[in-house]
Design a protein around this ligand. Sequence first.
Ligand code: SF4
Length: 273
Amino acid sequence: MATSGTGGAQGRPVRKAKPPQTHTGLVRQARKIYRELGEVYPYAHPELDFENPFQLLIATVLSAQTTDLRVNQTTPALFAKYPTPEDMAAADPEELEQILRPTGFFRAKARSVLGLSAALRDNFGGEVPGNLADLVTLPGVGRKTANVVLGNAFGVPGITVDTHFGRLSRRFGWTTSEDPEQVEKDVAALFPKSDWTMLSHRVVFHGRRICHARKPACGACPIAHLCPSNGIGEIDPDKAAKLLKYEKGGFPGQRLNPPPDYPGKAAPPLGAS
Ligand code: SF4
């Protein structure tokens, strides 16, 4: 599928994959990218620390407009003080705001988690519901958050279209849409349901480490031979290698408690970074 061509960001020749011409060709290309990303990130996982569905739901809501790292550095104190929806719904708003301050937009986020926790307490007996229809009735919970929780805390397959997933799906040619719901539909048509959650992790891992929004490291990208967008970023291998992040660049990851197979270092606690 790879063809020689020109048009790298630096005017050098690059090997760019031809965009598939048929739906079957696109399915093949998509699944090949998925498989090869699995070899690059065999340890791909959710990058929020959590121990139960409630913690994952709150952490996901807090991750808006900030990094998973910042959320992971904030939630240990939060969940130590308010371990259940009942505890969190009864929290003093100002104390809650102070704990949430490092995540930014802390007043709005405090209001969100108070409302969300009260809805769990009042409407769902203090339990996080394990289905999309109920999850999206919770204040501040949209499809993206619901799919994160379903996929990672309940084992229900879900595609999580965040900024990385949307951008990479367009670069791979899996969709042309900017609308997250349409991206989800277009990509869902290319993969069996059983792959959806892991697909989300692998693509997001790649977006965070190599295929960055502004400076994709094409010259250091292990799936460049499959990618129709190869060459939109840095193609010089040495310069591209310097753009790599987290464990691919030799840096700590985002989780304070990463899974045992994670090859990088754990993230530092709040105040140590
Ligand atoms: S880094 Fe470049 S080659 Fe790799 S997936 Fe992104 S756009 Fe394609």
